[in-house]
Design a protein around this ligand. Structure first.
Ligand code: RUQ
Ligand code: CUA
Length: 655
């Protein structure tokens, strides 16, 4: 121990010489000293740290002012928001409100963002939460381009578009075709489409049918949402879907290189179990686990696009849908058996290895895209499913299988030809070689690992270096916070031969399912809305902007009182607003700040009004002043020495 520590201290000295550890250790003479006076060795003893602990700390410690190498975008699960985390520090940088109102950003409080939330909600039934599962960064030539990120809401079958110019949600769409989605979101290599797949089958379009008509009336579907990159929006009118059998379609992935133009989607419950315990039927979990094989779906989306253009669709809930019969007749849909309750399907960087893992299997099955295309060409099918979808022979479709362990789930890739698969039941990350399909290593994590996210690990050019294990159970890892425990993200250094866990990060907000990690150099944000008076949703000058104090005014019009307000350190102008009880009030608040980070907030007490007005931004909010009284309003961000004085009064005269 003594000797090992000596060696470490020597190594730290070398690091210090290069400035790496300079901020942490002040290096005086032989032994580097901590500024508090204790040596590294004393500190290690006092805190009971091993050499491995200190090495891990050096790999992740990020001194003040030093920035991140990668950004991890993690879904916020039922928190309905997107979490932005720096790597390797694992510092949380932002929660982006997406499916849930988020007060700090004023998201869901001003008219523009209320409209975004309403856009994806059924008419008259506002949804105030979402079950976010899988973020997908926009891609150009199958690599992340850092422009947009898409996310799904599994609970309500919604898809959101978030711009990475300002890290804000711009759009939420809901098809009305399906009730629930797990298989979203996945993008095609140039973000032509955002893919969303139904999980729990139901009659398409939201119709009613009893469960005993499950086989006939219930269906799955895969939706192709057309993305307009220049507009930064999904165009629902140009989107379409393919009807699928009522299996439980699971995760998908879009092909790349040779397999570009195809999408791959898993399914479970090809048994078509429906539950029904009261009638003596098997529970869904066991009913859905009878068959040894389920079906990997191969979908030729490029050809399907042509079929849609040719008008061979029917319209359901306003969406063009290719029927199952048409999909089969046009050669758009094929099945390949896949072992027991498959979950992840992850296309390797070479574009031809299609890796599928089964939750109740022990292998990663590597399908060969070229072999499957040849089988389709030769019409070498081993039959069809009950709906007539041709099934390719299993063995002939495989390149091979790798025995990984109990409950393999999801696979990611690095820059050296290695694949990493999460092993749920064993709580391990398996490292294996794509070249010869050999298992190389297994790293233990804590506990019940779900997804993993390696740096650009599902793109054409993965970056290696880091991998985050997203562990669903924390059990004994952190101080107790009661029966509801945080999730545990563990950062692994994958740059060496053996992956090592270097950091534990509890994540206390919803269950993050998947995350994607992008090199920060690809992210080009704006740091304020310029010129002042911008609407953050349209990114255009807002017609209600008030760009100078001279233009501040209160106007009474047919539709109520319009307040054209300016915010600048440290006042709100106007600072007194008088209205009559029952009047409709429209506040148009513009920040004319042009200093970085000089954000103001605006709230009106007891009226549930709360805005975030970053430099240059315009927020519009409308409410009815239905309660008489005196209601102070103020700025909610500590913006200056006179922040507490940045306030005023709304006076509502009794009618
Ligand atoms: S999955 S339960 Cu992404 Cu493994 Cu959702
Ligand atoms: Cu503006 Cu406080």
């Amino acid at each position: 121990m003594q000797l090992r520590s000596k060696r470490l201290i020597a190594a730290l000295g070398v690091l210090s010489a290069f400035g790496v550890a300079a901020a942490m250790f002040s290096c005086g003479g032989q032994e580097p000293k901590i500024s508090g006076g204790a040596s590294v060795q004393q500190l290690m003893q006092a805190r009971n740290l091993s050499e491995a602990d200190v090495t891990a700390a050096l790999k992740t410690y990020t001194p003040t002012g030093r920035k991140e190498e990668f950004l991890l975008f993690a879904s916020g699960g039922h928190g309905g928001n997107l979490i932005v985390i720096g790597v390797p520090s694992m510092r949380i940088l932002k929660y982006i409100g997406v499916f849930t109102p988020e007060p700090w950003q004023g998201y869901g409080f001003d008219e523009e963002t209320k409209a975004i939330l309403a856009e994806g909600s059924p008419k008259g039934h506002p949804l105030t939460w979402g079950d976010m599962h899988h973020p997908a960064l926009s891609e150009t030539n199958a690599d992340y381009d850092g422009q947009f990120i898409f996310v799904n809401d599994k609970a309500n079958a919604r898809i959101a578009v978030v711009s990475l110019a300002d890290f804000a949600t711009k759009q939420i769409v809901h098809s009305g075709l399906i009730m629930n989605d797990h298989g979203g979101t996945f993008v095609t290599p140039n973000t032509e489409y955002v893919i969303e797949t139904a999980q729990l089958a139901a009659p398409l379009g939201g119709a009613y049918a009893p469960l005993d008509q499950f086989n006939e009336k219930y269906r799955g579907a895969q939706i192709y949402w057309k993305f307009d990159r220049a507009a930064g929006r999904i165009i629902p009118a140009e989107s379409w879907a393919i009807e699928l059998p009522p299996y439980m379609q699971d995760l998908a992935d879009a092909g790349k290189l040779a397999s570009d133009g195809w999408a791959f989607c898993n399914s479970v419950n090809t048994e078509r179990a429906t539950g029904g315990l009261a009638e003596g039927k098997p529970a869904l979990e066991s009913g859905a686990s009878q068959n040894d094989m389920d079906f990997l779906h191969l979908i030729n989306w490029r050809k399907a696009e042509q079929v849609v253009k040719a008008g061979k669709t029917q319209t359901i809930a306003g969406m063009r849908v290719i029927s199952l019969a048409t999909a089969i007749a046009e050669g758009l849909l094929y099945f390949v058996p896949e072992p027991k309750s498959p979950h992840g399907v992850d296309i390797a960087p070479n574009g031809t290895d299609i890796v599928v893992s089964g939750k109740l299997d022990t292998h990663a099955s590597v399908y060969d895209f070229n072999k499957m295309m040849a089988l389709i060409e030769q019409k070498r099918f081993e039959g069809a499913d009950p709906y007539g979808v041709p099934i390719l022979p299993f063995r002939e479709s495989l390149r091979g299988q790798v025995e990984l362990g109990l409950g393999p789930l999801h696979t990611q890739y690095d820059d050296k030809g290695f694949a990493y698969t999460s092993i749920f039941l064993e709580s391990k990350v398996a490292k294996w070689s794509l070249k010869d399909l050999q298992l190389l290593d297994k790293t233990a994590v804590h506990y019940n690992i779900g997804h993993i996210s390696a740096a650009e690990g599902d793109a054409l050019h993965p970056q290696g270096k880091y991998l985050v294990a997203m562990n669903k159970w924390a059990i004994d890892r952190f101080s107790s916070v009661g029966p509801l425990l945080p999730q545990n993200f563990q950062l692994l250094d994958i740059s060496g031969e053996k992956p090592v866990v270097v950091y534990d990060m509890p994540l206390p907000l919803g269950e993050p399912h998947y995350a994607q990690m992008i090199n920060v150099d690809k992210i080009k944000t704006i740091d304020m809305y310029t010129p002042a008076g911008m609407n953050p949703v349209t990114m255009q000058p807002d017609p209600n902007a008030t760009t100078s104090e001279e233009r501040v005014r209160i106007e009474r019009r047919g539709d109520g009182v319009h307040v054209y307000m300016v915010l600048v350190r440290s006042h709100l102008n106007p600072d007194v607003i008088e209205v009559k009880q029952g009047e409709k009030v429209h506040i148009h608040a513009t920040s004319i700040e042009q200093a970085l980070d000089a954000t103001h907030g605006f709230c009106i007490d007891m009226y549930n009004i709360n805005l975030s007005i970053e430099p240059g931004k315009v927020c519009n909010v409308t409410f009815t002043a239905d309660r008489a009284g005196v209601f102070p309003f103020y700025c909610t961000e500590f913006c200056s020495a006179l922040h507490l004085e940045m306030a005023g009064y709304l006076l509502v005269k009794p009618s």
